[in-house]
Design a protein around this ligand. Structure first.
Ligand SMILES: *Cc1c(COP(=O)(O)O)cnc(C)c1O
Length: 457
């Protein structure tokens, strides 16, 4: 492990807080592996077909009584464990809703962990909390919400959506919740919350139930469809419902002026879930819930542990531990603040525009294939398609399209996933990865074209 003339001995790492030379050396060893990993990303397979159950074997063994050699650990991690996966940090990842692994956000995470500040209550770290608040305010502004809106950083969209339901329920239903009704837009009938559902609200009321929540989609996972958020906002206002928008995938496309019309009405929501770990290319683990009225969150998640430092009388500062069920947590705001400070928001805007244009390019290329049916053009950066055959019924067509997906993924240069819409199997392309570029999309399209061609004979 030790290089010649290197006085630092890494053999014994039993000191949990080692002196600076050891810390420096550890940082260097890890950073070399990480940079090597990043340097080789475009040559790494887009996914690994290695049998995951083997991984359990590599990791066999009891908890070590003494530490293991660093090289052994790094080899295990970077050569075995990490490659046994979908390559979610590489340019060929066009599956599900990709994210990125923005390096600056990873560094921010490292800093947050090293200084380990507690940003759950304002008085514990006013600087850290104000920084986190500022990052939230930036997102509020970028999403077009009123200045008085705020929210909380969560671990992801699922958590944000859950918090929104709880906040709405506390506000509109109170403690009796069994007769509450929530409405979610339907995937298949995208673009509108179905008339039947709106009629359903009246029917539910007549039956003594209490409608309280409606969730529209700023980009669904399956097809990328965006609801008519303006119409949903109209209905919610008229009916007195909490208007939530699930923008986990699509909300950040509001950074692009050319998509304002698509996302029109989003800014009228009571709450908005958006995922920096998707649409801002962050590493996994960062979601956001923005709410029009911050008090709606504190009503739902207020804690009054007497051991918590109390806010001074009359000072209006946010305690994030009062805005979600989490008490101790990482200093998440730094992850958003630092990349915006380092790169500027325009860098994100340009990257998002590039992803959208690449998706449109892929859509246009595949539209030229006569036997390719596209569910709908990409409203944001995602669309679903399938190959159709004159001689095959639905079941056979689905089977052939599953095969097609396998063929496309086989060379491991791109990785796509499929979805089933109303019994029909589609392949999906979602361009949102930080590192997906024109070169890789064109290579992927060529792979797709060859696979389509093979199915024709
Ligand atoms: C990803 C996604 C979710 C779930 O968010 P996580 O961050 O994965 O928990 C919810 N809704 C939509 C539209 C999504 O794209």
């Amino acid at each position: 492990m030790n290089k010649p003339n290197d006085p630092v001995d890494l053999k014994d790492l039993s000191d949990l807080d080692p002196p600076r030379p050891i810390k420096e050396r550890l940082l260097r060893e890890f950073s070399e592996r990480m940079l090597e990993h990043l340097d080789t990303l475009s040559d790494q397979p887009a996914w690994s077909n290695e049998d995951g159950s083997e991984a359990a074997g590599w990791l066999d063994g009891p908890v070590p009584e003494q530490g293991r050699p660093l090289d052994e650990i790094l080899d295990l991690l970077f050569d075995r464990v990490i490659p046994c996966s979908l390559n979610t940090a590489g340019p060929g990842y066009l599956a599900y809703v990709p994210g990125g692994g923005l390096y600056s956000a990873a560094l921010a995470e490292f800093v947050a962990a090293v200084v380990n500040r507690y940003a759950g209550v304002w008085v514990a770290a006013p600087g850290a909390v104000e920084l986190e608040t500022r990052a939230l305010r930036w997102l509020v502004e970028l999403m077009g919400l009123p200045e008085s809106a705020l929210g909380v950083f969560t671990t992801g969209g699922s958590m944000s959506n859950l918090l929104a339901v709880v906040a709405a329920r506390e506000k509109l239903l109170g403690s009796e919740i069994s007769d509450g009704v929530a409405y979610f837009s339907s995937e298949v009938h995208h673009s509108v919350i179905k008339a039947a559902r709106i009629a359903g609200i009246a029917e539910d009321r007549r039956a003594g139930r209490r409608p309280f929540f409606v969730s529209g989609s700023a980009g669904t996972v399956n097809t990328g469809a965006v609801d008519s958020l303006r119409r949903i906002a109209d209905v919610a206002e008229r009916e007195g419902l909490w208007n939530h928008v699930d923008g986990a995938y699509g909300a950040t496309f509001r950074l692009l002026p050319e998509l304002h019309a698509t996302l029109d009405g989003m800014e009228r929501c009571d709450s908005l879930a958006l995922d920096p770990h998707k649409g801002l290319f962050f590493p996994y683990g960062l979601g956001t819930l923005l709410v029009r009225q911050p008090a709606d969150l504190t009503r739902a998640f207020h804690v009054s542990g007497s051991y918590l430092p109390q806010l001074q009388e009359g000072v209006t500062r946010f305690d994030f531990c009062e805005m979600s069920p989490e008490l101790s947590r990482d200093w998440r705001g730094l992850r958003v603040w630092l990349p915006f400070m380092l790169h500027g928001v325009d860098a994100f805007r340009r990257a998002l525009r590039e992803k959208r244009e690449l998706a449109v390019r892929a859509f246009e290329t595949l539209s030229r294939e006569e036997d390719v049916e596209i569910a709908a053009p990409p409203e944001l950066s995602l669309f679903a398609f399938r190959q159709v055959f004159g001689d095959a019924d639905l079941e056979e067509t689905n089977r052939r399209n599953r095969k097609l997906l396998e063929e496309i993924n086989r060379p491991a240069r791109i990785y796509l996933t499929g979805t089933t819409l109303g019994g029909v199997f589609y392949l999906r392309i979602c361009v949102l990865h930080l590192r997906t570029n024109r070169e890789r999309v064109d290579e992927g399209l060529e792979i797709i074209r060859r696979a389509l061609e093979e199915r024709r004979v």
